[in-house]
Design a protein around this ligand. Structure first.
Ligand SMILES: Nc1ncnc2c1ncn2[C@@H]1O[C@H](COP(=O)(O)OP(=O)(O)OP(=O)(O)O)[C@@H](O)[C@H]1O
Ligand SMILES: [Mg+2]
Length: 297
């Protein structure tokens, strides 16, 4: 089975990697690609900057469900609000809920407890997959989560397991265990690592792959090497500074692609740097490149 066919089987995909390498772009590309192949896709944005809608040319979600195209929806989530919702849902008694939500202990706990907000995000995604969807949302076959740019990706992905180990009983502990078990399921849950063919991003991606293995006993389903300089069409004149710069950048890309290849033996897709502004034409063009790259890999 090809890697894209494998990704199509997943119910949840997390797109992660170092800041600025193109995670949000690749989340949108995957969303478009899977929706075009008939899957009902929900893109979840947890970035406080609300970045996904720009790329798909739809209005910002502000927490509402936005329909991008047939079978493609988008929603922005505020992790803090998800946690408050969780308290509401688990406590149910109005007066208790108000007391807990307004207490400084709750506020300190939810801000400070490592992994709680992350677990709430995964918990919401899982509930949506199970069909507990808000009005106006189509039940998704697959949720694609664009991981936040802040913090370490492994800490984010390991949060539910950590919470389930620390809080072993009660509704939160139970929820965290269910999520952690879901994330251990290689058929239902997938990870896409985005990187660039540059020294630091490649180094960090290799470390991320090792940590995923160590902490979650997981490998990425796919490593996307984004924004690779396309090879020059013709040999450039050594005196042409633009050609020389281009050849130099491409040379660095080749060196780092080689280093990645030495250490990572799973699926890789190289995507070119395209002369396009962020928006639907960029997403469509990258979706075509992804298809071709996955056929080659
Ligand atoms: N292959 C590409 N060709 C051209 N432009 C690209 C490509 N990939 C990404 N970009 C552009 O690079 C910028 C950064 O991409 P993006 O926002 O997807 O990165 P990110 O990893 O989500 O960043 P952050 O860590 O800040 O969330 C955007 O302007 C995007 O349009
Ligand atoms: Mg982003």
């Amino acid at each position: 089975m090809g890697v894209l066919q494998a990704l199509e089987q997943r119910q949840m995909l997390v797109v992660t990697g170092k800041g600025g390498v193109g995670k949000t772009t690749i989340a949108a590309v995957l969303g478009r690609r899977l929706a075009a192949r008939g899957r009902k896709v929900l893109l979840l944005d947890v970035d406080p900057r609300e970045s996904l809608h720009h790329l798909l040319d739809v209005p910002p979600s502000g927490g509402e469900v936005v329909t991008v195209a047939p079978r493609l929806q988008l929603q922005h989530l505020d992790p803090r609000r998800l946690l408050d919702d969780l308290v509401r849902e688990k406590l149910k008694v109005g007066v208790l809920v108000r007391r807990v939500l307004s207490s400084p202990v709750h506020q300190h706990f939810t801000e400070g407890a490592p992994g709680l907000k992350e677990t709430a995000v995964f918990g919401r995604a899982l509930r949506l997959i199970e069909g507990h969807v808000p009005r106006g949302m189509v039940r998704p076959d697959v949720v694609i989560l664009d991981a936040p740019a802040t913090g370490h990706s492994v800490a984010w992905l390991a949060a539910p397991r950590l919470i389930s180990e620390v809080i072993s009983s009660g509704p939160i502990g139970h929820m965290a265990t269910v999520i952690a078990d879901f994330m251990a399921d290689r058929v239902r849950f997938g990870i896409v690592v985005v990187t660039a063919a540059e020294e630091m991003p490649v180094q960090e991606s290799l470390e991320l792959i090792d940590l995923l293995d160590e902490r979650l006993q997981r490998m990425p389903d796919l490593v996307v090497v984004n924004s690779v300089y396309p090879p020059l069409v013709e040999e450039s004149d050594a005196d042409d500074p633009v050609g020389a710069l281009w050849a130099h950048r491409r040379g660095l890309n080749d060196r780092e692609l080689g280093r990645l290849d030495e250490h990572w033996h799973g699926s890789t897709a190289e995507l070119p740097l395209l002369p396009l502004e962020p928006g639907p034409p960029l997403i469509t063009a990258l979706a075509d490149h992804l298809e071709q790259a996955c056929e080659r890999s």
